[in-house]
Design a protein around this ligand. Structure first.
Ligand code: FNR
Length: 379
């Protein structure tokens, strides 16, 4: 009998068994030496709580407000490209789990399921769309228009994806543009029946948001090549203002690690700044998110919300990020491990585990509600 799942690490182990190596490494790996990826979690673990007792706590409540909306937990699902290769219809399943838990879901622009498909499959429940600054401004404008037509409450503009970090695992596994599939890959795919069955059943195997939308660009490999050519190193804060001028919903600027950049993001019109190093997948050697957080909160916390992602694997990590001033904690791999392990039920389980761990830890730290969480709960 399989041992029970009691933590995100258990979901990770199950994901490793269920996924072909190429896709497990895609979600699990970081760039270069993977040091920043490891520090994201390690730096959380080196912070200590101040334990409080006999605090006369009544029912504990994790509800909070993020960008003007009440949500049941201070959590959100981070955008992750190609989740539909981790489990068939992956983005739809993750969006449904987020909806069940009353937390936001952000769809990656590089998802397999299109934004329209996710909206239809969640009965038009609102979700956010992640975009990058594509060179083709006409196409970028059309994405913004589509997000507006679907009533997305927020756009998340990722700024640390102007080039792609050196990811050794992906290169060695043949996960490239176009992918280099060998006979060995096909044999391995056949030995992962749950994953293979979900891939056979899905219709969403291309880049849903791009497929059929680009004149003269057809087929998954051609679209991937087009998208890679859209990344530009010459983007600036005027490009962020360009998006701001065209979008009247909330704007989250993601991929900020520096307080000066956070201030510039707010100046360019960000409603929230997401402290993130892309889960250690871009600049290896960059600071961990939890270490970068306090300086950013101090610089812009009175003018914009500060969100965080990177390395969050337990509810204790969530509490530490809240204590350091983050308003909302976005889950990348934590939800992907659940998705790989058991589809929607796995994402549900990942969120439930983090919720329960957060609630327990709040009780040990004398916090009855999210409003009670402050820097003084850490030593
Ligand atoms: C990502 N991330 C990401 N971010 C983004 O803005 N657009 C994207 O398409 C993707 N794609 C993506 C794929 C995979 C497989 C991973 C693991 C991550 C980054 C993501 O939103 C988030 O910043 C990190 O995942 C946070 O770190 P943790 O929680 O995974 O440690």
């Amino acid at each position: 009998m399989a041992s029970p799942i009691t933590c995100i690490e258990d979901l990770r182990s199950r994901a490793k068994r269920r996924l072909p190596r190429m896709f497990f490494d895609f979600i699990d790996g970081g760039s270069w030496s993977e040091a920043t990826c490891a520090h994201n979690t390690g730096d959380f673990d080196s912070l200590r709580f101040r334990q409080r007792v006999a605090a006369k706590l009544a029912a504990l409540d994790c509800e909070t407000e993020v960008l003007g909306r009440r949500q049941r937990l201070p959590l959100a699902i981070a955008p992750t490209g190609l989740s539909g290769f981790i489990h068939g219809d992956g983005e739809i399943l993750a969006a449904r789990a987020a909806k069940n838990h009353g937390i936001p879901f952000t769809l990656s622009i590089m998802s397999n399921c299109s934004m329209e498909a996710v909206s239809a499959a969640t009965q038009r429940h609102p979700f956010n769309l992640q975009i990058s600054i594509f060179k083709d401004r006409g196409f970028l404008q059309s994405l913004i228009d589509r997000a507006r037509a679907l009533s997305c409450p927020a756009l998340m503009l990722t700024l640390d994806l102007h080039q792609v970090g050196r990811r050794h695992r992906d290169a060695k596994n043949g996960l490239a543009v176009p992918p280099r599939l060998t006979f060995r890959h096909l044999i391995e795919f056949a030995t992962k029946p749950n994953w293979a069955w979900s891939m056979i059943r899905t219709r969403h195997r291309s880049f849903g948001n791009l497929d059929g939308q680009l004149s003269g660009v057809q087929g998954r490999d051609a679209i991937a090549q087009w998208a890679a050519g859209q990344l530009a190193t010459d983007i600036g804060w005027d490009d962020v203002s360009w998006v701001r001028e065209r979008w009247d919903g909330k704007l989250i600027v993601k991929g900020v690690l520096d307080a000066d950049d956070a201030a510039l993001a707010v100046q360019a019109g960000a409603d929230a700044v997401q402290v993130s190093n892309h889960g250690g997948r871009q600049l290896d050697g960059a600071d961990s998110s939890i270490r970068a957080l306090p300086a950013i909160v101090e610089r812009i916390g009175d003018r914009a919300e500060v969100h965080l992602d990177g390395g969050v694997r337990t509810g204790q990590h969530v509490l530490k990020a809240l204590a350091r001033g983050a308003r909302c904690i976005h889950l990348g791999r934590a939800h992907l491990y659940g998705l790989a392990a058991a589809g929607q039920a796995g994402v549900d389980q990942a969120i439930s585990l983090l919720h329960e761990e957060l609630r327990l830890t709040m009780a040990f730290c004398g916090c009855q509600s999210v409003a009670d969480i402050h820097p003084g709960i850490l030593l």
